[in-house]
Design a protein around this ligand. Structure first.
Ligand SMILES: [Zn+2]
Length: 299
């Protein structure tokens, strides 16, 4: 049972929007593509364990002693906890003398170090709350296009050809859970942080991001507006004006969480809608108006 479903990572949501509203550098585009692949790999893994008769918590961001650590998948079994980090790397890598490298020899961030750090922090956090479950940590490489050369097998590393047997093992683990397990799961979910202060995103500001209503399907800004519908000139997709405006207001709020939503701001943000009356009507219907009519804003 999924105690906590996996959300689209907030940084991926922002990067997706910035991809069509800002000019991303090659490096930032690579960051977006890596995030997309990583997320796809996690979803693929979720499908394999969805029917586990135990508690699964996806995407946990926890804090211990002023540091944040992220857990892709945490599974609570009867007598132990599995901490799983999913890597959707592609290509040939080698692990030698404690160094994680591509086959061409360029050194990469060691995923095992990251896993061990996470393992240690989770253990300390649970001790703080007087839970003494043994924790096993695994690195799962589930992209079939991945190979790892290493001097000897490491039981913590699950390679693409081992994923099936690993999953079978999970389904055979003792999973008779009691209240204590559920309380532990509730505790971990309650400790989850929504914002990771260490995530680095491309720099952007309100003045430079592209304004206008984009197509909900292909994200082109080349749209026409009729009385009730927005139509995309590139892909032909149509959307109700209200739905399109709300979707674009949501993008604005994701990029600028502290911005004050006013009729004039949304008029400027949506660009193609030439009536402030229509904007006001949509905002009034879907948000709570605060303040008097002239200076009111919406929440
Ligand atoms: Zn389109």
């Amino acid at each position: 049972m999924f105690k906590k479903e996996r959300p689209i990572p907030p940084e991926l949501v922002k990067l997706r929007i910035l991809n069509y509203r800002a000019k991303l550098t090659e490096k930032e585009k690579l960051q977006l593509s890596n995030k997309e692949k990583g997320y796809a790999g996690e979803l693929e893994f979720d499908c394999l364990i969805r029917d586990l008769d135990t508690l699964v918590i996806n995407e946990l961001l926890l804090e211990f002693g002023e540091t944040f650590f992220q857990i892709d998948t945490l599974i609570i079994f009867y007598g132990r906890i599995y901490l799983i980090d999913i890597k959707y790397y592609e290509g040939e890598y080698c692990y030698e003398d404690g160094l994680f490298k591509t086959i061409a020899g360029s050194e990469k961030k060691d995923p095992m170090l990251q896993l061990n750090r996470c393992h240690s922090e989770l253990r300390q956090l649970l001790q703080k709350y007087r839970y003494n479950y043994p924790i096993d940590a695994f690195l799962v490489f589930n992209n079939p296009q991945f190979t790892l050369f290493q001097p000897s097998p490491n039981p913590q590393i699950i390679l693409p050809t081992q994923v099936n047997s690993f999953i079978k093992k999970l389904y055979k683990m003792p999973s008779k859970l009691s209240d204590v397990h559920h309380k532990l799961a509730d505790l971990l979910v309650s400790l989850h942080k929504t914002e990771n202060p260490y995530v680095r995103l491309p720099k952007y500001d309100y003045d430079t991001v592209e304004k206008g209503i984009n197509c909900g399907s292909c994200h082109s800004f080349d749209v026409t507006v009729s009385r009730t519908k927005i139509a995309c000139k590139d892909c032909g997709c149509q959307e109700l004006v209200e739905v399109a405006v709300l979707r674009n207001v949501e993008e604005l709020r994701i990029l600028f969480p502290d911005i004050r939503i006013t009729t004039n701001l949304i008029f400027e943000w949506c660009k193609v809608i030439d009536s402030t009356k229509m904007i006001r009507r949509i905002l009034k219907k879907n948000f709570k108006a605060i303040g008097n009519t002239k200076n009111s804003y919406y929440e």
